[in-house]
Ligand binder design. Structure first.
Ligand SMILES: Nc1nc2c([nH]c(=O)n2[C@H]2C[C@H](O)[C@@H](COP(=O)(O)OP(=O)(O)OP(=O)(O)O)O2)c(=O)[nH]1
Length: 151
């Protein structure tokens, strides 16, 4: 019998990652960061967003979630590389999108706090684990395209 192929074990069977979209909202040189409510994931920081629903694309999901969570209408400027991450209880695929606000000012509904921070400051927050990879991609992207920061 052939030994199992470790690479196929990662993706085989009925295990599909949970798809979650999130928005990296840029404005006036700052990035919007959101702190989750106490009790849900230990007060860690995230980019606002949520699960992609059935029949929805990741980009549709982020537009819907940002309206539901922050009451803002956004335009997507750029999709970023997706991140696969395996929590002990959850296999996740994160779809980050660089966004620009086209209507309203963010209002907190489901977060403990939001902060507008510059690219250096965001490194100091305690982020959800999969987000560190997004932060590293974002740093490189903003070095290449600093104008994005102005939203
Ligand atoms: N929204 C968001 N979720 C993230 C990020 N990083 C990360 O690991 N996650 C995880 C945490 C959760 O397990 C999952 C998304 O959950 P969520 O609670 O935001 O999704 P949702 O709004 O659809 O949730 P709900 O309606 O079921 O409460 O993805 C991120 O930057 N933003």
């Amino acid at each position: 019998m052939e030994p199992p192929d470790p690479s196929s074990q990662e993706t085989s069977g009925d295990e599909h990652p949970l798809k979650v979209s999130c928005g990296i909202i840029l404005k006036n040189g700052k990035i919007l960061c959101a702190k989750r409510l106490p009790g849900s994931w230990d007060d860690l920081w995230e980019f606002p967003g949520g699960k992609v629903e059935t029949g929805e694309s990741p980009s549709q999901a982020v537009i819907r979630e940002l309206y539901e969570e922050l009451n803002i209408r956004v335009e997507i400027l750029l999709p970023m590389p997706t991140v696969l991450y395996r929590y002990p209880h959850l296999y996740l695929q994160l779809f980050p999108f660089i966004c620009r606000i086209v209507e309203n000012t963010p209002q907190i509904a489901v977060h403990e706090e939001i902060r507008w921070l510059n690219p250096d400051e965001i490194q100091d927050l305690p982020w959800l684990a999969p987000n560190w990879s997004i932060l590293s991609d974002l740093k490189k992207l903003l070095e290449d395209k600093p104008d994005l920061l102005n939203g």
